[in-house]
Design a protein around this ligand. Structure first.
Ligand SMILES: [Zn+2]
Length: 349
């Protein structure tokens, strides 16, 4: 099933009311190529669940400050690992969550790169002043395409498909209130209710169709809902967003907008909103452009964009951890949010 699209914009012209007009939508930030069936996405280049587990085991042996805890199992029985750097209980703590949606794979790739870098001199001193929790592949069944339903018409090539939902076809990022799924129960019982967490960044990918100032975005950011979040928690969420924006926007490929799309309306089942509300954790949604697999072509982005999108996730984690560690996050101005445009879609149903 493919949605009917008005995709003329991609060839430089928009058809409005029967009149073709020239569209300025011609360049993607970072020159990321489109998919629309033209470019390969081979899922073979993405870590499998087992490769990720082996990677974590190797890093765990190398890194004295790193610990790995299993917080529960997926529907299909895969252990869900939580990577921990807990140097001092008195430090502020941040949780990075990747791949609630199994087709949003580069957040996982970025998180593994970041975990590796935490064992090098690159982030020296940071770990003494901030506690870091990371869940690199929350929806492992969806990421492995090991699910109880068919993945028909999915775009990616390779040994497996990836899907947004868990094995029971539940969107885990709508389940944070009802908590019907083992993955959600594990996160709430064994992470959110167990650790004293100050900040959380929820890493995602969105469709490839979003633009800001007539140029494809590299990603989007969003804070929790003011009506459902304590003022100081919201303020700190916006400060966290400021760190991410200032680190990414100046990059040649960096082009961030305010989020709009699936999940931009309030729901307590959505992680960044419900978790801010329930636990008073300052949360930030960080979306990368385009997913790794989908039945809908415009959700998907070709793999030539993998480099800068993976880097964008790494920078998002690295710079926020540094800013929390040195306290500079608390001095961030939140004014940029007022001027940050909400992204717009070039598609129409
Ligand atoms: Zn997502």
């Amino acid at each position: 099933m493919r949605k009917h699209l008005i995709i003329a914009a991609i060839s430089g012209a928009l058809v409005l009311g029967g009149t073709a007009i020239t569209s300025p939508v011609v360049n993607a930030a970072g020159n990321g190529p489109e998919y629309q069936g033209h470019e390969t996405i081979n899922t073979q280049i993405l870590h499998t669940y087992q490769e990720m587990m082996t990677f974590l085991e190797t890093q765990n042996k190398k890194q004295a400050q790193m610990e790995v805890e299993v917080i529960g199992q997926t529907v299909k029985g895969r252990d869900i690992p939580l990577v921990k750097y807990m140097s001092d209980p008195a430090n502020p703590t941040i949780l990075y969550l990747a791949q609630q949606h199994g087709d949003e794979a580069l957040t996982t790739e970025g998180m593994l790169d970041y975990i590796k870098s935490l064992g090098t001199g690159k982030n020296k001193g940071v770990l003494d002043n901030v506690n870091i929790l990371l869940i690199p592949m929350y929806n492992a069944d969806g990421a492995m395409g090991d699910v109880n339903y068919e993945l028909e018409d999915y775009a990616a090539k390779g040994p497996r498909h990836l899907t947004r939902y868990n094995a029971n076809q539940v969107d885990l990022n709508r389940d944070h209130e009802a908590r019907t799924q083992p993955e959600t129960q594990a996160l709430h019982q064994n992470v959110l209710q167990k650790y004293d967490i100050d900040y959380m960044i929820d890493l995602h990918h969105q469709g490839a169709q979003w633009v800001k100032d007539d140029k494809y975005v590299s990603g989007a950011i969003f804070y929790p809902y003011p009506e459902h979040t304590k003022a100081d928690v919201l303020y700190k969420s916006k400060q966290l967003g400021a760190v991410v924006y200032e680190a990414i926007e100046p990059k040649g490929w960096g082009h961030l907008a305010k989020y709009a799309g699936k999940g931009s309306a309030y729901g307590a089942g959505i992680g960044v909103y419900g978790i801010a509300n329930e636990y008073d954790i300052s949360t930030l949604l960080l979306e990368m452009r385009g997913t790794a697999d989908n039945a809908f072509d415009f959700e998907v982005l070709g793999q030539k964009s993998n480099g800068y999108l993976t880097k964008q996730s790494v920078i998002g984690m690295e710079k926020t951890a540094q800013a929390i560690a040195d306290g500079s996050v608390l001095n961030e101005s939140i004014e940029f949010w007022e001027d940050l445009p909400v992204q717009e879609s070039i598609l129409e149903d």
